[in-house]
Design a protein around this ligand. Structure first.
Ligand SMILES: [Mn+2]
Length: 478
């Protein structure tokens, strides 16, 4: 497996000050110096999607059918589209990244118009005019190759395809059938296929079950193959690089959005698809907002900054949080709270082990934080913990940052986050010296047959590591 060295990006990335008073000579003040990067070659192996469909078929009840739709195109406003993001269920079972596509899959061979099928993929037909605006569309051969599905038809064929609905007891579908907008001029668009499915199912009195479908797809997706773990490790390595780049370049007087820029620059520069979710860069009291994404404040010396960020690579998400002192050194109170969160995380990771309930790491983190808050004198009673630690400790990670899964006992091959936090806003019922301290530490954890494997350990995490790293690297801005 190709692993990145965590230093190559920082070595080529130099930030020039844009906060200076004098007018900047645009031509003479490049933000970044760049040099070529090693080629990225990590890909899911052929056969991955076919294997997923086999697992799906193995768990299907008799006389069931699965219908999966690609994600709808979503609009910012007017006619401007967001960058396309495939429905994770559809991607997982097909590998197809195109819109207006649909998969039907049966639990066994079914005869349709004289031929036998176990699955059929419907894709949008190539249109030269559309390709000129939005890029090359895949043809049937390419779709066969990517998905491993032998039967590929144009998406307009579903309407008239003579499927015998009589023996089918239920249809399991994904959420993309709840679509937002229809292209009325286009007979093969997603909305048309959804409409035809509902019409046909209603005529044959076959229920279309989305919640049950999502549970089943989540159950299958929560276990990660070696291939998927390789994709996730790449997303995680790139995210660790973003954290270390910030630790090298951060200085009081910079802004949250400049950190965001370093982070997202690193993601794309290192070959990630982009962000897996909007970057959270919360300095000072913004740390009280769990999903803060405004990222528009100035960095004040002696404040902390919580950075909850994740790159996406080949569809797979990373999700890693580091909390660092803007000046490079924790105050005594910040260090005490930080150490407590770290202790809680360490305990939780110990319980992120095969056979424990999904919620056990959270319960152990919660208990550790409760005891620690009492010891520090921040709370007096157990009931006050939730004032300072108000979110869960773990979620699954995969194609979704909050990935699908059924929250059963932990099993090898599952990837979860472990992210306890303590948040002490001004006005809290404790000594004022604690006010304004917000700490979250999040790592990505692979459940194994033995101890948990921390996939994100490349980003400095202990107080000593962070202070040493920031002290040692802050001279790179010139
Ligand atoms: Mn998370």
């Amino acid at each position: 497996m190709k692993r990145f060295t965590l230093t190559f990006l920082a070595a080529v990335l130099t930030l020039s000050s844009i906060a200076q008073e004098d007018a900047v000579d645009v031509k003479e003040a490049p933000m970044f110096k760049v040099s070529p990067l090693p080629e990225l070659t990590e890909e899911l192996s052929p056969g991955f999607f076919a294997e997923n469909r086999e697992r799906l078929r193995d768990t299907l009840e008799d006389s069931s059918m699965v219908v999966l739709f690609s994600a709808p195109i979503r609009y910012r406003s007017n006619d401007i589209e967001y960058r396309y993001h495939q429905d994770p269920d559809f991607f997982y079972f097909t590998g197809i990244n195109a819109e207006n596509a649909m998969l039907i899959l049966f639990d066994g061979p079914v005869q349709i118009e004289g031929k036998w099928y176990r699955e059929i993929l419907f894709i949008e037909e190539k249109q030269e005019k559309k390709e000129m605006w939005t890029g090359t569309m895949m043809n049937e051969e390419e779709a066969k190759e990517v998905s491993g599905i032998a039967a590929v038809m144009p998406n307009t064929a579903f309407k008239t395809l003579d499927i015998d609905w009589e023996p089918i007891n239920r249809i399991l579908a994904n959420r993309s059938l709840f679509i937002e907008r229809d292209n009325k001029t286009h007979p093969g668009d997603l909305a048309s296929m959804v409409k035809h499915l509902f019409n046909k199912a209603a005529r044959a009195s076959v229920p279309v079950q989305v919640d049950e479908g999502e549970d089943l797809f989540g159950y299958l997706r929560q276990h990660k193959s070696k291939d998927e773990i390789r994709m996730m490790q790449t997303a995680i390595d790139i995210t660790c690089m973003a954290h270390t780049n910030v630790m090298r370049l951060i200085e009081p007087g910079m802004t949250e959005f400049q950190l965001e820029a370093i982070i997202e620059y690193t993601f794309r520069y290192a070959g990630a698809d982009g962000i897996a979710f909007p970057s959270i860069v919360a300095s000072g009291d913004n740390g009280a907002i769990i999903h803060y994404t405004d990222n528009d404040d100035l960095l004040i010396p002696d404040d902390l900054v919580v950075m909850d960020i994740g790159a996406q690579y080949q569809g797979y998400a990373a999700d890693i949080t580091r909390t660092i002192p803007i000046s490079g050194k924790f105050t005594e109170e910040q260090a005490a709270v930080y150490q407590l969160v770290l202790d809680a995380q360490t305990v939780a990771i110990r319980y992120a082990t095969k056979g424990y309930k999904f919620w056990t790491p959270h319960e152990e983190a919660y208990r550790t934080i409760g005891k620690g808050l009492i010891k520090l004198g921040i709370i007096k009673e157990w009931g006050e913990i939730a004032d300072y630690f108000m979110h869960g400790t773990s979620h699954y990670l995969g194609l979704d940052v909050h990935d699908a899964g059924i929250y059963s006992s932990l099993q090898p091959g599952e990837v979860i986050t472990v992210e306890p936090g303590i948040y002490i806003p001004p006005g809290s019922r404790c000594d004022t010296k604690w006010w304004g301290i917000y700490v979250r530490i999040e790592d990505d954890i692979l459940i194994t047959d033995g101890p948990a494997k921390v996939l994100s350990e490349a980003a400095p995490r202990t107080i000593q590591e962070i202070e040493a790293f920031m002290g040692g690297g802050s001279a790179s801005a010139d």
